[in-house]
Write a protein that binds this ligand. Structure first.
Ligand SMILES: [Zn+2]
Length: 447
């Protein structure tokens, strides 16, 4: 196992201290509890300077018309661990709140049910998933005029009609099912519509991008998990998995897959990103790669500078950790100060658009989407500071010559198409009884 670079705070908060580029063990990127270091913070969508007003107006119209679906938002964990109420404005603190979700134009938001790797060791993964799922249900109950639970393409369409945000659930980290297909089925019944097979930890049946390879991809049980997800109508999410796991999933899955928050490796050489060869295979599968916005994943300059900074500051960080080992909040503050004194390059929005453009060129414009990772990352490109800025993507795509039709596909049309196919595959499955033909549970792994 890779050593985690987090410090667990007493209140259950998690602190990340290293540059995002050196994160074999941390979450999708870094977790930004408290104060995301966005390069600016505003509740208003700030268009790029000297914008073309006619095009901007057109972008807003298209954005309003489109199904906008985001594959990954991590505010869930913050809500669960700090008691944060989504209805409370949090500009400058978090990337997401109810008002800004409203401004974002999002019609389908996958809220991440992120299960930290520590639960794979300590136990309690499934319980943690249940707790996080409850957080989203309670938010939807509390704010029924803005938020509505969504389980299907029809529900997303209904939410759009009602001018609400459709709240979708995606589990991040397959260890959540505790090696039990019955548990997987119950998560489906609770409304979970994707599961990321691994986080940055290899589990008992699938290898992660960023951990030891133990199964040469997917084990036999892992393949059974994929088949069962196909039967249920749950997206198999290949973000975070190893290239071999992704390849095995594409061999086995009879329904489209998604990468809920992954970018293109040809542009930034991070293991979390997807190589061209696998982008083409996801296209063949009918799937969608939903691009992650995190600078350390998408901007090669930031990735390299982050690695250099990690090496340069290692001794200082270790000393701080030792000095403030009993004062986690002070430690967080000191580490932030150190990072602030050693800033990484700033990432322009064009770098993010380059990833959308690359995947559209390599895999086809039918296979690209958005997977922000808001509130799971400590920094974002300029012009994409929070969820309210999403229409800047629409504008930039139009500026690059994308047609209205193609922009609408990227914003969410592709995800809707793939989701409809996942639903169809489930409907026509010849396995009609839950668990028919499926192994029930994997023997507990010998640790
Ligand atoms: Zn992630």
């Amino acid at each position: 196992m890779n050593k985690s670079c987090r410090v667990i705070l007493p209140a259950g908060l998690i602190l990340f201290s290293l540059a995002a580029s050196a994160l074999p063990a941390r979450r999708s990127a870094a977790k930004a509890v408290g104060t995301p270091q966005t390069q600016a913070a505003s509740s208003q969508a700030a268009p790029p300077p000297a914008r073309d007003e006619r095009l901007w107006k057109k972008a807003q119209e298209i954005h309003r018309k489109a199904f906008v679906v985001d594959g990954h938002n991590d505010i869930t964990e913050i809500m669960a661990d700090t008691g944060y109420d989504l209805g409370t404005p949090s500009v400058g603190k978090y990337h997401t709140d109810l008002a800004r979700l409203g401004q974002s134009g999002i019609t389908g938001q996958f809220f991440s049910v992120y299960i930290d790797r520590k639960y794979a060791t300590s136990g309690g993964s499934a319980r943690r998933a249940l707790d996080l799922i409850d957080v989203i249900y309670r938010a939807a109950e509390k704010y029924p005029n803005q938020l509505t639970m969504a389980y299907s393409t029809a529900d997303i369409a209904r939410a759009k009609k009602q001018k609400k945000v459709g709240a979708l659930l995606g589990i991040e980290g397959g260890h959540a099912i505790e090696n039990s297909l019955p548990a997987l089925r119950n998560f489906y019944r609770l409304g979970v519509r994707y599961m990321t097979l691994t986080h940055n930890n290899t589990n008992d049946w699938a290898d992660s991008c960023c951990d030891e390879a133990k199964h040469n991809g997917l084990s036999d049980f892992g393949k059974e998990v994929v088949r069962e997800m196909n039967r249920l109508g749950m997206f198999v999410d290949v973000s975070h998995v190893s290239d071999k796991t992704m390849s095995d999933v594409l061999d086995v899955s009879t329904a489209p897959v998604i990468a809920s928050h992954s970018s293109a490796r040809a542009l930034a050489n991070h293991k979390r990103n997807i190589p061209d060869e696998l982008l083409r295979r996801i296209a063949k599968n009918g799937g969608v790669v939903m691009v992650n916005f995190y600078p350390a994943f998408i901007d090669e300059r930031v990735r390299v500078a982050g690695l250099e900074r990690d090496a340069r500051l290692k001794a200082q960080r270790d000393a701080l950790r030792e000095q403030f080992k009993n004062e986690p909040e002070r430690l967080e503050e000191e580490l932030k100060k150190l990072n602030a004194a050693n800033p990484l390059p700033v990432t322009p929005l064009s770098v993010l658009i380059d990833h959308l453009d690359h995947i559209a060129k390599v895999a086809g414009v039918e296979h690209v989407g958005l997977g922000s990772d808001f509130d799971g990352v400590p920094s974002l490109p300029v012009g994409m500071e929070d969820v309210a800025h999403l229409s800047n993507i629409t504008y930039e795509l139009l500026r690059r010559g994308y047609s209205e039709r193609d922009v609408m596909k990227i914003l969410g049309g592709n995800l809707m198409r793939a989701f409809a196919e996942v639903e169809r595959v489930a409907r026509v499955s010849t396995r009609t009884v839950s668990g028919e033909g499926s192994t029930l549970r994997l023997e507990p792994a010998k640790k």
